[in-house]
Design a protein around this ligand. Structure first.
Ligand code: HEM
Length: 457
């Protein structure tokens, strides 16, 4: 079965219709030719934008000269109430300094340290699902969101999602998204200054609440660090790290901005990828059996340690294939700062450059059988080549996702643990339709039936 793909719009539509489509869903607002084109130029009265599918252009923008293609200030404006000056929205020297402090926390050795917390979150997720398995369809995105938020709180602050403050952040965040799906029109497009883009009172109120809860956690941690009683988790690591260049650490306010983005970037994305992975597994008996058998031998018995991750090969390939077909961050936008020439076309300063994992990952001239689910493709010559040149679920270059290694441990681990515990079945009358809001989600959720495979304690 070919996994669900959103419909494309007709090739030519009016600007108004495009904006309307865009507001509903940025995936179905695009024409089908983007799955074959190397570059596409969109001209509107307000802006020009260039969607780049040519791997050489993607490299130029993200790897070769990233400083010449910063994130636009509009993205910052859209996210300001919640994210302040977090690493996701800053540019230039501020961004560089922030990454120098954050990156060491996510290096290989540190990931080993986060493993027990991830395992505990996986066990808690399996226990929650066990209570509902066998009792009719389950909306799995809600479950994976819960699990991914749990992973973030356990690894960052050593507290489970049941902790009063963690649970309150998770709840407030859900409310925030209902008030304002963050990836909105104004954040993405350079609409004229007069275009209304204010944040609703509700958005500002939920953002304030999230930030005040995170401030409580961060201040308490600062105290524990001073008292020498802080646990050795990611928050402590980031808060005690000095920038090797300036010698400065994050103060509490700056740390709050970073925690907000870790929570946002780290749980929405992982939740989306895990939910789609589970759906894809539900549609493939062959891969489901392979993963369950692999998981049984790797995480089934006895003490499980970090080395298990290296042995979850089938789970990793399925997770990778889910990230290809349903990249949680479907598109990224940058801005030109000087005149450029892209594929023999002149591009003016201030133009929008769109990098689209969604289109690149399904590009018909790059990938064999681009729309098919086939985790074994990464062992083929085409799969290996495309992995290098046309696969950017975590972006690439200096602004690559700092949580990529973390996500590639968390995803396959939770996938294996869930597939080992339950047989997954699709719900025939509920085929998920992918849409892009903050991340790539299903229009009406992803529904699965779960049947217990193993006797759970
Ligand atoms: C499957 C899971 C994930 C995916 C697909 C993903 C994807 C991405 C992508 C594509 C970007 C670049 C966005 C852009 O340049 O516009 C990004 C940035 C970022 N991600 Fe992730 N991410 C994931 C998990 C995580 C986790 C677990 C964390 C932290 C715990 C995290 C933290 C961040 C941060 C802080 C940034 C901003 C980096 C910067 O701009 O320098 N992500 N992520």
């Amino acid at each position: 079965m070919t996994p669900p793909k959103p419909p494309s719009r007709p090739d030519r539509v009016s600007l108004l219709r495009y904006l309307r489509l865009f507001r509903t869903d940025i995936l179905s607002a695009q024409p089908a030719r983007l799955y074959r084109a190397w570059m596409a130029e969109f001209r509107t009265p307000f802006f020009r934008s260039y969607l780049c599918n040519d791997p050489a252009l993607v490299d130029l923008v993200l790897k070769e000269r990233p400083d010449d293609f910063p994130k636009s200030n509009r993205i910052r404006e859209g996210l300001l109430p919640l994210l302040g000056n977090s690493v996701f929205v800053t540019n230039g020297e501020t961004w560089k300094r922030q990454r120098r402090i954050i990156d060491p926390a996510f290096e290989g050795g540190r990931l080993r340290g986060t493993f027990p917390a991830m395992l505990a979150a996986g066990e808690a997720a399996v226990a929650r699902l066990a209570e509902r398995a066998g009792q009719g369809p389950i909306e799995i995105e809600a479950e994976t969101s819960h699990a991914a938020a749990d992973v973030i709180f356990r690894t960052l602050f050593s507290i489970p999602i049941e902790h009063e403050v963690a649970g309150a952040v998770f709840e407030a965040f859900r409310e925030h998204q209902r008030a304002q799906p963050i990836l909105n029109l104004a954040a993405f497009l350079p609409l004229p200054r007069w275009f209304p883009r204010f944040h609703s009172r509700k958005t500002r109120a939920t953002a304030r609440r999230i930030r005040s809860l995170i401030t409580r956690l961060t201040e308490a941690r600062m105290e524990e660090i001073r008292a020498g009683t802080a646990p050795a988790d990611l928050a402590t690591k980031i808060m005690v790290t000095e920038d090797p260049v300036t010698g400065r650490r994050f103060d509490t306010a700056e740390m709050v901005d970073q925690v907000a983005i870790f929570f946002l970037a780290g749980h929405e994305t992982s939740a989306s990828a895990l939910a789609w992975s589970l759906y894809l597994l539900a549609t493939s008996a062959e891969w489901q059996e392979r993963i369950a058998a692999e998981a049984d031998s790797v995480v089934g018995e006895g003490a499980v340690d970090f080395s298990a991750i290296g042995r979850l090969k089938a789970a990793r390939d399925v997770f990778r294939e889910a990230l290809r077909l349903y990249p949680p961050v479907p598109m990224m936008v940058r801005e030109t700062t000087r005149a450029e020439r892209f594929r023999d076309r002149d591009v003016a300063p201030g133009a929008q450059v769109v990098l689209s994992p969604w289109h690149l990952h399904r590009h018909e001239r790059l990938w064999d059988r681009a729309d098919e689910f086939d985790p074994s493709r990464f062992a083929t010559a085409n799969g290996r080549e495309c992995l290098r040149s046309a696969y950017i679920p975590f972006s690439t270059g200096q602004r690559v996702c700092p949580g990529a290694g973390f996500a590639m441990v968390e995803g396959p681990l939770l996938l294996a643990m869930i597939a080992r515990a339950f047989r997954l079945l699709p719900v025939e009358e509920r085929i998920p339709v992918p849409v892009a809001h903050l991340t790539v989600r299903a229009k009406d959720g992803i529904w699965l039936r779960l049947e217990p495979r193993v006797q759970l304690p």
